[in-house]
Design a protein around this ligand. Sequence first.
Ligand code: COA
Length: 260
Amino acid sequence: MSDNILVSAAAGVLEVRFNRADKKNALTIPMYLALVEALQRAEADTAIRVILLSGEGGAFCAGNDLQDFMQNPPDLEDKPDAGPVMRFTRALSTARKAVVAAVQGAAVGVGATLLLHCDLVVAADDARLSLPFINLGLVPEFGSTLLLPQRVGYLQAAELSLLGEPFDAATAQRLGLVSRVVPLAELQDTARGLARKLAAKAPEALLLTKQLLKAGAGPVQERMAEEAAHFARRLRSAEFHEAASAFFEKRAPDFSKLES
Ligand code: COA
């Protein structure tokens, strides 16, 4: 288990916390593996009724670690022995147990798209979400090209995905990406309270209700695989290398010299 993912269980809730505050909880391969392990534990343990995701240190999750993406572009092929990223996205998107997220500060990239797979999303008033894939020369992932237009409508989805600009908690709530917004000081208690409330429900009815609610979403796994194929190629592109280098060099990317 990675120290960068903290896991604890109480009152039927498995609390899973991103814990890499110095990098805004950007996800590394060991973190994905620890997340998969935690999600598998939640599925297998009948005493666990609900999963609560949160971030330590002021941020929720700044997405995939960009250094990792540059140095070891992951194998995103969705096959039985899929790599850590695909195993995580599959585990969360097919989780039978209810998932609650407590979002504070930055929720970027996969840190934002994972929210589309959660059942209750509580955001602190300081939360800032973004889908910066386009700005990195990448494509949106985790089924978001299917789920986001369904959730917010095509024009809003296009604005968020094509411009890739950050948006605040109030906007996220207006769009239907966040269930409720609370003052930062109340985030953990509110999210934990909701998770425990769910955990006290009739367990089989809870599983079935989630299953029925999710059934209408359509072919999410197929879309995730399609996105991942593009994403894997994009990670090897000159566009991504220029954008990621620019991030670490703290400058704006210059795509003007790249050929399409
Ligand atoms: N991968 C690797 N390192 C990251 C990271 C990421 N996704 N996100 C943040 N970091 C690192 C920064 O490089 C910085 O490291 P340093 O202290 O060694 O310089 C540290 O985390 C703090 O980040 P900083 O940018 O100084 O914090 P901020 O509060 O000004 O901004 C973010 C926070 C999340 C908005 C900003 O860091 C960001 O945009 N990160 C990139 C997000 C991203 O593109 N994710 C990938 C999507 S596919």
